[in-house]
Design a protein around this ligand. Structure first.
Ligand code: 13P
Ligand code: SF4
Length: 387
């Protein structure tokens, strides 16, 4: 596939596997010595520490992680599969989560008290998850109460949200969803109540409600947490079937319908395959839409010689192109589009995590308050029980 690596400049992303920025942890404390990215022994050091830990550690790798990290993952997956995998490994003392903060929090909630979850770089957050804060969600619920609709509204929160918001969702009869099960989660929610408050990704909520459940766009309203009552009247809140939080993914939100039109011109016969976090007009102009696991399966099972333009995170698209040289796989946008926070987990951070654990020190442990965790667990268990 064709794309241009970012040039080294103070603003460019660090080139994958070749540089790192040990002086920048974006205001978070990451104790322990971070090995220099130039250390030629990094891979050997990671192998030694990994084998010293043996079954005491379980390393999870999200599909958007760098190849240099994925090579050390015991399992790879999307956020749904990794949540299930974490819950299914009670014998592992340490869960090393190569992904982002909300995924590590969910792993802590789903694992036992004897297990410790480690995020190799605490600055690996998610800009979408940061678009909804618990205080704003409580204000939103107050607005629903004032409109007299809170009792008939079911909250559904995307996995990409803080533990506090998952806790709120669990305590208010709702469930978590991921991009693999958003349709079942919404169907379930409409059996429990009359309308849904969908947090925090407006695009996943809208795309699923309209394209999978057949709701008209006019029954989806957008709640802007920066405006009083979300910028909506009580009447609009009452009439809505789905109240979408005004949040989006800064990576998937970049793709445009123009990208789709351009790629169809450049590659006649191409199949355009996009993640449901993309904007509605991108999804409606694509050929196929689905979660990260869906995208991987679609490419894996495609016939040799077929050509694909994929609208999701670039680490994954590059890996698919490398693993399937018999198919033409290109990135939907012409410009580089990594998830910068997923990319913060690099080999130096992984080596530091594994070596610290092997030496008996737990660095960058993620823990969730027990009361929050109990409520969040309700919402996660409702998701895991979906058909
Ligand atoms: P998945 O649910 O497909 O793993 O997506 C997680 C994510 O962060 C997508 O941007
Ligand atoms: Fe968050 Fe988007 Fe990155 Fe996923 S790809 S972790 S939604 S910023």
């Amino acid at each position: 596939m064709t794309f241009t690596e970012p040039q080294a400049s103070p603003l460019a992303l660090l080139v994958l596997g070749r540089e790192s920025d040990p002086s920048s942890e974006r205001g978070v404390e990451c104790p322990g010595e971070l090995p220099p990215a130039s250390d030629p022994q990094l891979v050997a050091r990671a192998r030694t520490a990994r084998s010293a830990l043996g079954d005491r550690a379980f390393v999870l790798g999200h599909h958007y992680q760098r190849d240099e990290v994925i090579q050390f993952a015991d399992v790879t997956g999307d956020s749904f599969k990794l949540a299930r995998d974490a819950a299914g490994r009670p014998e592992a003392e340490f869960i090393v989560f190569c992904g982002v903060h909300f995924m590590a929090e969910s792993a802590d909630i789903l694992t036992g008290g004897h297990q410790q979850v480690v995020l190799p770089d605490l600055a690996a957050g998610c800009s979408m998850a940061d678009m909804a804060e618990i205080g704003q969600v409580l204000d939103c619920w107050d607005a629903l109460e004032d409109a007299g609709v809170a009792g008939t509204t079911v909250p559904i929160t995307y996995m990409n949200s803080s533990a506090a918001i998952k806790g709120f969702t669990g305590a208010h009869g709702g469930a978590v969803c991921t991009s693999s099960n958003a349709e079942s989660a919404l169907r379930w929610a409409f059996e429990q109540g009359e309308r849904v408050l969908f947090l925090p990704d407006q695009h996943l909520g809208r795309n699923t409600a309209v394209l999978s459940l057949g709701l008209p766009l006019s029954e989806c309203v957008l709640y802007d947490p920066r405006k009083p009552s979300g910028g909506l009247t009580s009447r609009q809140l009452r009439d809505a079937r789905i109240i979408l939080w005004r949040g989006h993914c800064s990576v998937h939100g970049r793709f445009s319908a123009q990208n789709v039109a351009d790629v169809r011109e450049r590659m006649p016969g191409v199949t355009v395959l996009v993640h449901p976090e993309c904007q509605h007009e991108v999804v409606t102009s694509a050929d196929l839409v689905g979660s990260t696991e869906f995208i991987i399966r679609a490419v894996e099972t495609a016939p040799a010689g077929s050509s694909w333009a994929v609208g999701t995170e670039l680490n994954l698209v590059r890996r698919l192109a490398r693993l399937h040289p018999d198919k033409q796989i290109s990135f939907l946008d012409k410009t580089v589009c990594y998830c910068s926070t997923m990319n913060r987990i690099d080999l130096p951070h992984l080596v530091r995590s594994l070596e610290s654990l092997a030496a008996g020190q737990v660095v960058n442990r993620i823990t969730v308050d027990l009361t929050v965790a109990a409520n969040a667990r309700l919402a996660l268990d409702r998701m895991l029980a979906l058909p």
